[in-house]
Design a binder for this molecule. Structure first.
Ligand SMILES: Cc1ncc(COP(=O)(O)O)c(C=O)c1O
Length: 403
């Protein structure tokens, strides 16, 4: 396999040529959504130009082509995480994937406890709160250490015979913490609980092998891994998915319908009711293929280097508070003391630098940290050291303005 050079990678992303306020654009918000390579953009255009038709329905040429492309996208995504294609359900994204599990699986749970953590994104918190209310379940939370890692000191107490579900973020979108999901999943299973990983910030950036991790479900989003918006996936172990009730009902997800009863389609289609996001699915498949071509190890290494470079530079600056552990995925959140994160990002925007400021959909984590929000620079394959240098210069300018 050919290893792409940095320049070759950047050339695949036409948006990186944009100027913002007359300046070279520096995009540091890939944790919110990544940019898209031409391969993905072209695949979507190709579908609409050349073989737009519904899937799983027609027996004419266009529909056969669309069905083949949509189904083989499931294969591409499945192979990226070492799953079987029938275990990959296409959804709108991580949020829908987690809602699907919380609803379909959760509805059967009539007593017991759900274990989450204080670093969860709202999409791995609010659906469980709703389930807990509906079925009178108890929510429990891992606390965090001062470094921003899960506090595992009382894990034997937290995971016990009453625990039914443990659902944790694989990689924190604020702290960059990479959680030991494999080890926690093992303890969950020893207690007959199911383990769910929110891998929205995992699959795009680090190697994820669902068989090795032995998680029961894993949720992720296409748009954070070079694919289009409105598409993502839920991985689920086949034997559990087979037993689970569908989340939505209607066309495509049925085997046979009579006036008063119906039976369900095979996996994964049982969970994909109605006309799916065909172009999104096809683009998602191409994105997964692109990541495999570059190699997830190369992506992980590249981000490790760039985040270390950024961490060291930010650490050298005065009045910067960095959140999260030193060993982290490719993002850094921080505050410039006394300056609101929104002011930081809007001043950086004047220099063409895009970073996110706010609570990052993690309000309980912000409360835990005792802050209203922070600024976050997040990196991906197309970022380089020049981007970090521009960020540091921009931050010096913010500090100068607020002096
Ligand atoms: C850790 C984490 N979980 C879940 C989500 C939700 O993803 P989506 O909005 O694509 O459904 C995000 C998005 O920022 C995230 O970072």
């Amino acid at each position: 396999m050919k290893l792409l050079s940095m320049n070759e990678i950047r050339e695949d992303f036409p948006i990186l040529n944009r100027k913002i306020n007359g300046k070279r654009m520096v995009y540091l918000d890939s944790a919110a959504t990544s940019q898209k390579p031409v391969q993905v953009i072209k695949a979507i255009e190709d579908y609409y130009r050349n073989y737009n038709a519904n899937v799983h329905r027609g027996i004419y040429q266009l529909s056969v082509e669309a069905t083949e492309a949509y189904e083989s996208a499931h294969d591409e995504v499945a192979s990226l995480i070492n799953a079987n294609p029938e275990e990959i359900i296409f959804t709108k994204g991580t949020t829908e994937s987690l809602n699907l599990v919380a609803y379909s699986l959760g509805n059967r749970i009539r007593d017991g406890e759900i274990l989450l953590s204080k670093m969860e994104h709202h999409s791995n918190l609010v659906p469980w709160q709703q389930l807990a209310k509906r079925n009178n379940l108890k929510l429990k939370f891992f606390d965090l250490t001062d470094d921003g890692e899960l506090d595992l000191s009382n894990i034997d107490e937290l995971i016990n015979k009453n625990t039914k579900i443990v659902s944790l973020t694989h990689v924190s979108n604020v702290l960059g913490t990479i959680n030991p999901v494999k080890e926690i999943a093992k303890i969950a299973h020893e207690n007959n609980a199911l383990f769910i990983a929110d891998s929205a910030q995992g699959v795009p950036h680090i190697e994820v092998n669902v068989k090795n991790l032995d998680v029961d479900f894993l949720a992720f989003s296409g748009h954070k891994m070079l694919g289009p918006t409105g598409i993502g996936a839920l991985y689920g172990k086949k034997e559990i998915l087979e037993e689970m009730d569908p989340f939505m009902f209607g066309g495509d997800m049925i085997r046979e319908v009579k006036l008063n009863e119906s039976t369900w389609n095979t996996l994964p289609w049982k969970f994909e009711a109605g006309t799916p996001n065909i172009s999104g699915g096809i683009g998602f498949g191409v994105a997964a293929k692109y990541i495999k071509r570059i190699g997830i190890d190369n992506i992980e290494n590249h981000e490790k280097n760039i985040v270390k470079y950024a961490y060291d530079k930010l650490n050298e600056m005065d009045n910067v508070e960095i959140y999260g552990p030193e060993k982290r995925s490719g993002l850094i959140s921080f505050n410039l003391k006394g300056i609101h994160a929104h002011d930081v990002s809007s001043i950086l925007d004047e220099s063409g630098i895009a970073i996110r400021g706010g609570h990052h959909c993690c309000m309980p984590l912000m409360e835990h940290l005792g802050i209203a929000g922070n600024a976050r620079a997040s990196f991906y394959i197309y970022n380089n050291e020049e981007d970090v240098d521009t960020l540091v210069k921009g931050l010096e300018e913010v500090k100068r303005i607020f002096k």
